[in-house]
Design a protein. Structure first.
Lengths: 294, 118
């Protein structure tokens, strides 16, 4: 199964929120959807599941248009926790609602996962804490058995144990290769290691689509100190300066080839030490470059 | 996964090194079964594809043997791959030359090696 998003476009109240959004997504992948606040992450999720009608472009599942084959929309699930109807219902009622929308919904699995976390089917959604509400959204999503699951800020407000439980559930589902996740999160530390691919949403479109392990294998973050004042221009040309503290510069080199290494070494830095590279650095380099372009 | 010396590497490379270290130190013994990709992914909280890639690398490096349908097992003997050894030797020599150029003495180098073995 493969979802193909082609040139998706969406305006909200006359403002272009999404344009030229194109990517493909298959079960077995965990994609992180990353962008600054207001970049359109939630709008993209709502548009993918037809909660918002797209203003242009196409959504294809295995080459078939979802508009022409609406039944195939059951392959995607996005539970929008801000949906106002949610609050007054009991968990049992929410299960009944989603079981109707998703024929493969596994009620027994929902009940057992809910019990694992001390949730009772008679509880009303709005009476739960924020963390448990997020957990219920997650469990409903998983129990739907839809192959492509969209999660919007799934780690928000969760304590350590619930968060670990959710990460464990996501990993288990993906390991089988039958489910894929698209996770919008501003919690980059949570996504690091979990997502194998990152889509950057910037200026209403997808600015980059990274396979993270490829990026990590090629990229290096170095801490550098030079004897002369200022940062040598070669460093700025070959890499992206992430931070400057006194004479200590942190630089990200996206393609750290032996040739690049030799050029840096030729500058005879006083200090040249590799640092751990995490998603935060990639995020920072992505968005600080934007400032430079303006 | 938390060995500070390897944190600049890709996650799959770090997992490969961690498992190799555990084999060298005897934490993992020949014939021992590695957790399934899914279990390992949950343990180390990594994407299953990353773990699968590490397992494949370990198989290529002959550190583990895959028995179809049964899982991945630590190889009975760990034959040093000649090419890998030659490559390591070269990197070692480069490091020694660089260290000498930086004024590191042979005694200091020896001390580093011993620190590593502890």
């Amino acid at each position: 199964m493969k979802l193909t998003v082609q040139n998706l476009r969406k305006q909200v109240s006359g403002q272009v929120v999404l344009q030229d959004i194109s990517f493909t997504w298959a079960p077995g992948e965990i994609i992180g959807l990353v962008g600054q606040n207001g970049a359109g992450k939630t709008t993209l999720m709502r548009t993918l599941v037809n909660q918002y009608r797209p203003d242009g472009g196409a959504l294809l599942l295995d080459g078939e248009s979802l508009d022409a084959h609406p039944a195939r929309r059951e392959s995607l699930i996005y539970i929008d926790p801000t949906q106002t109807f949610f609050g007054r219902y009991t968990l049992a009622a929410l299960v009944a609602f989603y079981a109707e929308a998703y024929p493969a919904f596994d009620r027994r699995r929902f009940a057992s996962m809910a019990a694992d976390h001390g949730l009772k089917l008679g509880q009303r959604y709005r009476e739960l804490s924020k963390g448990y509400q997020a957990l219920v959204v997650m469990l409903l999503t998983l129990a739907s058995n839809a192959p492509l699951m969209l999660l919007d800020e799934p780690f928000d407000g969760l304590d350590l144990f619930v968060r670990e439980a959710i990460v464990g559930l996501v990993i288990s589902e993906v390991a089988e290769g039958r489910r894929g996740f698209l996770i919008a999160s501003h919690n980059l530390i949570e996504l690091d290691g979990l997502a194998d691919r990152i889509l950057f949403l910037r200026r209403n479109t997808i600015s980059h689509d990274y396979q993270l392990e490829d990026l990590r294998a090629k990229a290096v973050k170095l801490q550098l100190v030079f004897t002369q004042d200022g940062i040598p221009s070669v460093v700025r040309e070959l890499g992206q300066v992430l931070s400057v503290r006194g004479r200590v510069v942190e630089v990200l080199f996206r393609d750290y080839t032996p040739a690049v290494q030799a050029q840096i070494e030729a500058l005879a830095p006083v200090l040249m030490a590799p640092l751990p590279l995490d998603l935060t650095d990639i995020f920072r380099s992505e968005f600080s470059r934007m400032e430079g372009e303006r | 996964m938390d060995d500070a010396r390897f944190t600049h590497l890709a996650y799959y490379e770090r997992l490969v090194l961690q498992i190799k270290q555990q084999v060298v130190s005897g934490v993992l013994r020949p014939g021992e079964k590695l957790p399934s990709v899914r279990e390992m992914a949950k343990q180390v909280r990594l994407n299953p594809n990353t773990v699968a890639k590490a397992y494949k690398q370990l198989e290529l490096d002959q550190v583990v043997i895959v028995r179809p349908g049964l899982g991945s097992f630590i190889a009975a003997d760990q034959p040093p791959a000649a090419a890998a050894v030659a490559q390591l030797r070269q990197r070692f020599d480069e490091a020694v030359v660089a260290a000498r150029a930086a004024g590191v003495t042979t005694a200091q180098l020896r001390a580093w090696l011993e620190e590593e073995q502890e």
